[in-house]
Design a binder for this molecule. Structure first.
Ligand code: ADP
Ligand code: MG
Length: 700
């Protein structure tokens, strides 16, 4: 139950003066999703994006066009329009030593204006100055006051992000009322953190942001903003820690394995495991052997060799008599995993089933039966493996490959099929530590740093589109020399269709030059067609494959050594990195050609420079974060909802780990949030909409 002290903040905005249905709808557009009730709290969390500083006094002749200034003027004369001239504004002329300005009022009433701006009086007026034909005017000044009142005026006003039709005054008035409703809340932040960060109380911080005395009060680096960002992080980390606590409490099973089939897998590998892989396998085994549930994230750059680590985990599960699922984001990848793993599984002595949406009729029924009876130990597939109809005999381990394609929210629902299966999430997007925390919370992390031995670096060059012919000629030479190439075509527009056109056009052109050595794979092809095209390329029947970004994730053709990316300036950094990771997987030196259309924008130029500079996926991810902000990295951009409503990763990332540690410490000593501080933390969870997390508490 939500503490009743919070009730005023959770009242609908329509309970505020001046907020009727129309304004409420505008607030909804501005502050909430469709169908959600906008609450007083949402207004409080709607922070100013800047401020108007009226302290700057200007002289009329020097007032810059379009800027907001405060003038001290003497009212000279009124000029009312004639009775029939409704569209002509009422003008009040006023002056200072430097010149004259027209204060302009449309449909101004003379009685009211004569009182407001008495002729002969010295007044302060503030508003936006516009120059027209060499004459300055101020349309509907924001405020007008006698000089005597100058001291008491609010000269600094916050500016809020707005939506069409909403008046700033109405918003401001609503926020002021919301602040009045803010109850005195007990402090939920650890006293040590409060002191170290010079935080003020929650209420005082909010008031400071909505009522800034200076630009510095609004700065994301300032204590007020930081405090609220920290509150948000703490709420989210506490919620994640609570769900982790619950998952861990639902006893997993001990799957110690025997080591027998794993040993056979290792013996059958054409290479030895890297130290990083050994280490990751050991960490995973230890998790699996314990009775606690495994929640582990395996981070490894493209080509780092995550698949074999997953296989070792699945072998361990099989040795313990349990089934595993390896979930891939696309059919191509599921098939590739299946093909790559089948020989090793055979050697190790367990059966493998590929299950995708393409299986129908008899084959599907047979596969489902093998899964339900436990005849198959490892299931590889797309999300089809979690459909209603798929029943497992005894699912012990779920491995999710290239997780970022699935979206953060689906993660937990994936483990519903088993009693409480261990979970291993593998991601090739080398998300920076802070984002791992934000997205996954306190998952245990294994990192595969470095690439398997013997890998050659990839030479990356950026080449303007004008040199396309030259690049095509070089591609031809490379094919003659037996090299294999990817040719990635651009996102012309957001639409898949134009994407396709570009790829098809390039395919036609290259086919004319190089004949049947050229293949094509794109998202609109059927699964079988895609497979065939990729198989042809893998086997060397085609030497060059023109592709849309369907090849982005995970596709493994070790013999491919060159990747050409057209319109590289249109791709995000992590996408470029993923694409480049398609080459450099074998022993031969590889190269990546970034074809771009000049002139490059600043960000695009920065991205290409980073690509030329480094192959280190973790560094690239950090740079990407700087260039794009967190939304894109986590794939939340499409949904339009920012990951955090207040906190901004580029400014507040350092607070994330503090919040994580604090959340962890709290639950270690007060797992049910029943101490006085625990009670305050419950309020925090509600404030930031983490009601779900509170429900995980015994007395939630
Ligand atoms: P990713 O981490 O991107 O999923 P993969 O698991 O697809 O990487 O591995 C990329 C390639 O590297 C595969 O061809 C795989 O067989 C190979 N590989 C994996 N581990 C090693 C190793 N220790 N030594 C050499 N090659 C390896
Ligand atoms: Mg992979």
């Amino acid at each position: 139950m939500r503490p009743s002290i919070l009730d005023p903040l959770f009242a609908a905005v329509t309970t505020l003066d001046g907020v009727g249905p129309k304004v409420a709808t505008q607030f909804q557009t501005l502050l909430a999703g469709a169908g959600e009730t906008v609450r007083v709290r949402d207004l409080l969390f709607h922070l100013p994006s800047g401020l108007i500083d009226r302290r700057k006094r200007a002289e009329i002749a020097l007032a810059p066009e379009g800027s907001i200034v405060t003038l001290t003027v003497r009212v000279d004369r009124h000029q009312a329009p004639g009775r029939a001239q409704r569209s002509v504004p009422y003008k009040v002329f006023a002056q200072d030593e430097t010149g004259e300005i027209a204060l302009t009022y449309f449909r101004g009433q003379s009685g009211w204006l004569e009182k407001l701006l008495p002729v002969g009086e010295t007044m302060i007026v503030s508003g936006r100055v516009e120059w027209f034909n060499g004459r300055p005017s101020m349309v509907h000044p924001d405020f007008v006051a006698p000089l005597a009142e100058a001291e008491t005026l609010t000269l600094v006003e916050p500016v809020y992000p707005m939506t069409a039709g909403l008046s700033p005054k109405i918003l401001r008035k609503a926020i002021t009322q919301a602040l009045e409703r803010l109850p005195e809340l007990g402090e939920w932040i650890d006293p040590g953190v409060m002191r170290r960060e010079s935080f003020a109380a929650f209420g005082a911080s909010l008031r400071g942001l909505h009522d800034p005395a200076d630009a510095i009060d609004l700065a994301p680096e300032g204590p007020g903003y930081r405090r609220l960002a920290y509150d948000e992080f703490l709420a989210s980390q506490l919620a994640l820690a609570l769900s982790r606590q619950r998952m861990k409490a639902s006893r997993g099973r001990a799957m110690p394995g025997t080591g027998e089939s794993s040993r056979r897998v290792v013996a059958a590998l054409p290479f030895t495991l890297t130290d990083g892989q050994d280490q990751a396998v050991a960490e995973i085994r230890a998790d699996m052997a314990s009775g606690e549930r495994m929640l582990r994230l395996l981070q490894g750059d493209v080509g780092a060799g995550k698949t074999v680590v997953a296989l070792m985990a699945m072998a361990t599960a099989a040795e313990s008599g349990a089934q595993s699922v390896l979930l891939a984001p696309t059919e191509i990848l599921a098939r590739q995993h299946h093909d790559g793993l089948s020989r090793l599984c055979e050697v190790a002595g367990f059966s493998l089933t590929l299950l995708t949406g393409r299986d129908t009729g008899r084959t599907r029924a047979e596969k489902l039966d093998a899964i339900a009876t436990g005849r198959t130990q490892i299931v590889v597939g797309t999300h089809a493996v979690f459909q209603e109809a798929v029943a497992y005999h005894d699912l012990g381990l779920v491995v999710v490959d290239e997780q970022h394609r699935f979206g953060v929210h689906q993660r937990l629902s994936l483990t519903r099929k088993g009693a409480s299966p261990d979970l291993l999430v593998m991601t090739a997007t080398p998300i920076p530590r802070t984002l791992v925390l934000a997205a996954f919370g306190d998952m245990d992390v294994s990192r595969l740093t470095g690439k398997p031995a013997g890998r050659k670096p990839i030479t990356t060059v950026a080449v303007p589109m004008e040199r396309l012919d030259e690049i095509i000629a070089r591609a031809g030479k490379a094919m003659e020399a037996g090299e294999r190439l990817y040719w990635v075509c651009p996102l012309v527009e957001e639409s898949e269709k134009s994407d396709l056109m570009a790829a098809e056009e390039r395919f036609r052109q290259l086919s004319q030059l190089f004949g049947s050595a050229v293949g094509l794979v794109h998202g609109r092809m059927s699964g079988e067609e895609k497979d065939r095209a990729m198989a042809d390329f893998k086997a060397g029947r085609t030497k060059l494959v023109v592709a849309t970004t369907v090849i982005e994730v995970g596709v493994d053709v070790p013999d491919a050594t060159i990747i050409v990316i057209e319109h590289a300036e249109r791709f995000g950094l992590s996408q470029l990195h993923q694409l480049r990771g398609r080459v450099g997987r074998g022993a031969k030196p590889s190269s990546c050609v970034l074809l771009y259309r000049a002139p490059l924008g600043e960000t695009a130029a920065a991205r290409l420079a980073v690509m030329r500079d480094t192959e280190d996926g973790f560094r690239i991810a950090e740079e990407d974060l700087k260039l794009r902000g967190e939304g894109d990295l986590l794939g939340t951009q499409q949904s339009g909802a920012p990951f955090f409503r207040i906190a901004r990763m580029e400014h507040h990332a350092d607070l994330m780990e503090v919040a994580r540690d604090d959340a962890r410490l709290v639950l270690a000593t007060d797992p049910e949030l029943t101490t006085p501080r625990g009670e305050c933390l419950r309020a925090l969870l509600y404030l930031f909409g983490k009601d779900e997390a509170v429900r995980l508490l015994r007395s939630g």
